[in-house]
Design a binder for this molecule. Structure first.
Ligand code: C5P
Length: 238
């Protein structure tokens, strides 16, 4: 497998084509951004930590029967993935209220959501990723009824697997964002799962161990990500 041209550069990852038209290389960079790119910083080691964290989580999800684009790690900061036709929405599950739902609905951070709630957001930086519903997704042709149902079912299945995994490491999975795409007609989990795209709190102290440390200027961002990995038995190479 040969890495070729940069296909695009996102805010934290770059994607390269390969000599296989159905495979891409994802490169995890140290760049970190929040508030639609208004706050930006490079955090040493973050690319390597997130790549290796994502690989370990994707392997767990695959083992639980969730179809993923992830194939294998290529280096401390690079992974090989299947090339998907991305569905342009973000799927968010929330077990505990935090972040935008507190601002939008006036609920207090930390409120347990039982049952967990689900939201779709349109991936569009210029519009600030507005919340959309199933009807928007169908009316604008972003996905079919079956794909909408599949994204929801897979996002909740991920919750079943990861809520327990993090709990075993003494952490609460507060919320997370997933993205899906289509490969040979099948909906697969794409993008990444790392502390950049979820909220994780220490179960007892409720200390934040995720990207809220960056958003809120709490410091120790990558150290917290490494601590999460350590609690799950991961070791990182740099
Ligand atoms: O900001 P909000 O509370 O809606 O985010 C919900 C979850 O989705 C958080 O874990 C956040 O890190 C993640 N998210 C993300 N990328 C976005 C928006 C939200 O990873 N563009």
């Amino acid at each position: 497998m040969e890495k070729r041209d940069e296909l695009y550069a996102g805010k934290a990852k770059s994607v390269y084509t390969t000599d296989d038209a159905d495979r891409l290389v994802m490169v995890f960079r140290d760049d970190t951004s929040a508030f639609d790119g208004k706050k930006k910083e490079a955090l040493a080691r973050k690319g390597a930590v997130n790549n290796q964290f994502n690989a370990a989580i994707m392997e767990k999800l695959k083992a639980a029967g969730i179809p993923c684009h992830f194939e294998k790690m290529l280096s401390p900061t690079e992974s090989l993935v299947k090339k998907l036709d991305m569905i342009p929405v973000e799927c968010v599950v929330r077990n505990v209220a935090a972040g935008s739902i507190c601002r939008r609905l006036g609920v207090e951070e930390g409120l347990e959501l039982n049952p967990p709630t689900f939201e779709f957001f349109l991936k569009n930086d210029d519009l600030g990723d507005p919340m959309v519903n199933d009807f928007h997704i169908r009316s604008f042709g972003w996905a079919t009824d079956e794909q909408v149902a599949e994204m929801k079912a897979l996002t909740f299945k991920v919750n079943d697997v990861l809520k327990q995994l993090f709990l075993d490491g003494g952490m609460l999975l507060v919320d997370y964002k997933l993205e899906f795409g289509v490969f040979n007609g099948e909906v697969l989990l794409g993008d990444e799962f790392s502390p950049d795209g979820c909220r994780l709190w220490d179960k007892d102290s409720r200390e934040k161990l995720d990207k809220d440390r960056f958003r809120q200027g709490l410091g120790g961002v990558v150290e917290a990500y490494e601590e999460v990995g350590r609690r799950l038995g991961m070791t990182f190479e740099y």
